[in-house]
Structure formats: C-alpha cells, structure tokens
Design a protein around this ligand. Structure first.
Ligand SMILES: [Zn+2]
Ligand SMILES: [Zn+2]
Length: 334
C-alpha cells in the first residue's frame, strides 16, 4: 500500500450538460429523429406539449477484498539436516502488498519456521505400501476357464508392495504451515430501472466518473452529487459487510440527463384537406449529452434499410461479374 494511493482522490465533479430545454429546440431534435428513422410522413406533426428534465444514474462498485488462511501440508522428507526452527510470524503480520489493480490473485508461502518431521501417515513409517494392482499377492491372473493364466505382477515385480508416494520411501514427511492470502473482486450495483432503457443511455454520451481508492470513505463520497451520496454509501456498506479486508475500491458513476417529453401527434391530412382522425398523445425521452431520442410510440420504417440492402446486393453482383470476366480473360490468354 503506497502512501499516495491512500491520499483521497482529486475532487469529483459531475459535468452535466443541462441546457434549459425549450419547445423549439425539442421540436427540432424530434424532426431530426424522424428523418433518421425514415418517418418523413410525420414531419411537422409531432408537437411537444410539456417536458421535465431529470437524470438517470447507475453506480457500480468494485471491491478488492483480502482474506487469509493457513493450513498444514506434508512433503516427502529425505533425511537432510535442518537448522533449528525459530519463531514463526503470525498470519496477520505477514507483509504482502495487494495487487496494484483490481484483479483476483492468490499468494501462498510455506512458513519454514513451522516445519516438523513426522512419521509418514501413508505407510506408518514403513516406506512401502501394499501393491494396488495385485493386492499384495505378487501375481495377477488373466483369462477364464482353461485359458486362465497367472503371471508375476508387473507393478511390484512380484514383491507385493511398492514405494510409498507420500514419503517417497523414507517413511518420514516434512510438515509445515502454508499461509495463503487471497484477493477477490466483488461487484455491487445500483441504478434506475425506469425508461429509457439502460443500454440506450450507455450509447448516449452519459457522463462517467470513476473514484478509486484503497478504501472509499465518506470524504470520497461527499464529492458526488448530493442525490448520489446516499446510493454510494449503501453500496460501500454492502461491500464492507462481506468477509475479508477491503484493499482497493473503484466506484463508477454513470450519469445522464433525461428529458421526458409529452407530445401531440397531429393526424395526417386527407386528399380533401380534412384531418384523417383525431390527434393522439404520446411520451418520448431525449437522453444523454448526445440527445438520443427514445420514442417507443413512433416506429422506424424499414424502407431505408431495404433500399440499402438492394444497393449492396447490386454491388456484389457487379463485383462477381468482374471476377468472372477477369478469370475468363486469364484462361484465354494465360
Ligand atoms: Zn510413506
Ligand atoms: Zn503387485
């Protein structure tokens, strides 16, 4: 943990594109949307009635939590001289730097000071165990009836026992403590679910702020917009309630302005100049700093897409004919 990593992050200020919406501007944005979705038939017929500016936010907190465990492990012992063991460090006192980024990792260290030499539990000190293939008989049988044959066991060479794998034949094992430090990443989320859909906001130039620290504290959260502080606090509390020590946290705040517009859709005009039915009302949303329009009541026409597909198909045909001609010329003169 470096000293500057513990210093609070630079002040966070959510830059909000919050122009005061006006009816003309909204009408112009709707017109552009109608052209984009191929609804020229609706141009000049969609009129904003009233609107309310709010915002959409989504908070995601990643937490790197550290847990520590120790266990004993046994290894074959070949009888070498061992220096006297001195006091072993406590698991909690181990100095291991956490990963500098939010990534999962496991760190294991054998604590030499805790070693002891024990009789091998696998062979009770004998160094050899009963052969698993012949069951100690030293021979195996194959075939049935008069074809039945007995032969010397290939694994133990007829002795009925094999070298113990736990101690590699020495009858003794070296036991010691293994300390394990594990870093895991947990994720917690908070976000509005109301329309427009979240995926739309992501492509709509939402403001994204990131606060990263060893441990998010109150002074970090207070830099957020007031209505986000409470949500961020709840996320941090959820992360703190988990097992393990918090080693690093990253809070990502996605924040987008959302303008909800109630509109009137005028009917089309019949050839005789009369309106073709009554006017209707609907609701649409203009979201993000790039002002994407989400209008579930006004559907796109697929004519533009159809024309594009026809053009692509025609181009492919021209290319194919070109290739065939080139190939024919190649055959004739090659
Ligand atoms: Zn053994
Ligand atoms: Zn055998």
């Amino acid at each position: 943990m470096s000293a500057d990593a513990a210093t609070p992050a630079a002040p966070v200020c959510l830059v909000l594109e919050r122009p005061e919406p006006d009816g003309d501007g909204i009408a112009r944005r709707i017109e552009r949307h109608l052209i984009a979705i191929g609804r020229n038939d609706l141009r000049g017929r969609v009129h904003p009635i009233d609107w309310v500016l709010s915002h959409h936010d989504h908070l995601a907190l990643e937490t790197l939590a550290e847990t520590r465990v120790s266990y004993r492990a046994a290894f074959p012992f070949d009888g070498q001289e061992l220096p006297d063991a001195v006091g072993a460090p406590e698991l909690e006192d181990l100095l291991v730097p956490p990963p500098s980024t939010l990534e999962e990792r496991t760190w294991r260290v054998p604590v030499e000071e805790t070693r002891t030499i024990e009789e091998c539990p696998g062979c009770e000190g004998a160094g050899r165990v009963t052969c698993g293939r012949c069951g100690g008989d030293g021979e195996t049988t194959s075939g049935f009836g008069k074809d039945k044959k007995t032969s010397r066991c290939g694994r133990c060479a007829g002795s009925g026992n094999v070298q113990c794998s736990s101690c590699e034949g020495s009858g003794k094992v070296l036991e010691l403590r293994i300390d394990e430090v594990r870093w895991e990443v947990h994720q917690d989320f908070d976000g509005d679910e109301a329309p427009p859909p979240y995926h739309l906001l992501h492509g709509a130039g939402a403001t994204v702020e990131v606060i990263e620290s060893d441990d998010l504290r109150e002074e970090h959260l207070e830099r957020l917009e007031p209505d986000l502080v409470e949500k961020a606090r709840a996320l941090v509390a959820t992360a703190d309630a988990r097992d393990g020590t918090v080693r690093r946290q990253r809070l990502r705040v996605t924040y987008a302005p959302v303008l909800e517009v109630r509109y009137r859709l005028d009917p089309a005009t019949r050839p005789d100049g009369e309106p073709d039915g009554p006017a209707t009302e609907g609701r649409l949303w203009i979201v993000g700093t790039t002002e994407q329009v989400y209008a579930p009541g006004i559907r796109r026409t697929w004519m533009n897409l159809f024309i594009a597909l026809v053009i692509v198909f025609a181009l492919l045909n021209v290319m194919l004919v070109g290739f065939l001609l080139a190939a024919a010329v190649g055959v004739a003169f090659g």
